[in-house]
Design a binder for this molecule. Structure first.
Ligand SMILES: [Zn+2]
Ligand SMILES: [Zn+2]
Length: 335
């Protein structure tokens, strides 16, 4: 099968991903073989490719927002059938036994495996998934629009949950960094009744998209929204945004950091966090997050803005992501 392989991390400008013919994998017990239809591009792929995440499997096929068709069932798989369309996401598998798994926090599992990082992912014609960790895709979403939901969408959803906003009607939510996750989250938050304030460095694409999706205020990354926010989410991987985002919060407000990697957070005055403001990171997701998100996304008719790339252009796609040159979400379509 054709695959985009990372043999060693490197700057995306040096085009570290190479197209190669590799052996098609076979599913073991409890696994399925998926024929990949679409695979979304995520900043985490960029972190894997550029080595900001430790190397786990090498060479590795990145990609963890995969829409595919079940092609082959491993022994003992009874919950899926051949020909079914499913999604595979970042959380490839958990142990099911550790103190996190048995208390509803499988996103923190000590022994978790991750798609496109510790096991091969979806930038290939086929991939292996655990039968218990794939999601049926609501019919209303085409392959291309379903793919970005599987990471950007699910993580955005979990970030919204972690804001601790309980009464969404007219809640004031800030979103700092407006790529794939931002443009999904704003739609969920707006549908729940929140007013959303968007701060993003890209003046053309991202600010225009935020406007189209109903942001009540749009500013540059370090601009202060005109009101004190109940909560804010930072999706950009830039630690220097943290003090600015904290300064935009009302007392008791929560700042949620949505990325798996962030540059160092500069020191800031205690005053910025005093008043019972707090900061929380988001680590991965549980399967419940995924299921609930896909249900709510289908209910509200979530619209996904996408840009299509071919598998052979993955280096270009990730470079575009790095420079904020993609409006919405980038997706690699197979064939
Ligand atoms: Zn576990
Ligand atoms: Zn991702």
């Amino acid at each position: 099968m054709k695959a985009s392989l990372l043999k060693g991390p490197g700057s995306i400008e040096d085009r570290p991903l190479v197209m190669e013919e590799v052996e098609q994998p076979s599913p073991r017990a409890g696994e399925v073989l998926l024929r990949v239809k679409a695979c979304g591009i995520c900043r985490t792929d960029l972190h894997v490719v550029e080595g900001e995440l430790d190397r786990k499997l090498s060479p590795v096929i990145p990609g963890h927002q995969v829409v595919g068709i079940v092609e082959e069932l491993g022994d003992g798989v009874t919950n899926l059938s051949r020909g079914q369309r499913v999604g595979a996401a970042w959380l490839h598998r958990t142990c099911g036994r550790c103190r996190f798994c048995i208390t509803g926090r499988e996103n923190l599992c000590d022994l978790a495996e991750f798609t496109g990082w510790t096991v091969n992912g979806g930038f290939a014609e086929f991939m292996i998934a655990d039968a218990n960790f794939v999601y049926p895709i609501p019919e209303r979403f085409e392959d291309i629009h379903a793919a970005p939901l599987l990471c950007a969408g699910i993580i955005g959803y979990r970030a919204l949950r972690l804001t601790d906003i309980s009464d969404w009607k007219n809640a004031r939510l800030g979103i700092f960094g407006f790529g794939a996750a931002g443009h999904v989250s704003i739609q969920i938050a707006r549908a729940r009744g929140a007013d959303v304030y968007v701060a993003t460095r890209d003046r053309s694409r991202h600010q225009k998209l935020a406007e189209e999706l109903g942001a009540v205020w749009i500013g540059g990354t370090f601009d202060k929204p005109p009101v004190a926010l109940d909560a804010a989410i930072i999706f950009a991987p830039a630690g220097e945004i943290v003090p600015a985002a904290l300064a935009s919060l009302d007392k008791g407000g929560k700042l949620v950091l949505g990325g798996i990697h962030m540059s160092p957070i500069p020191a800031f005055e205690y005053e910025l966090i005093y008043g019972e403001r707090s900061i929380q990171s988001v680590a991965n997701n549980t399967r419940d997050d995924g299921r609930e998100f896909l249900r709510e996304a289908a209910e509200i008719g979530l619209q996904v803005s996408t840009e299509t790339f071919e598998l052979s252009a993955l280096n270009d796609a990730l470079r575009a992501l790095k420079t904020d040159a993609i409006k919405g979400a980038g997706v690699v379509m197979m064939e």
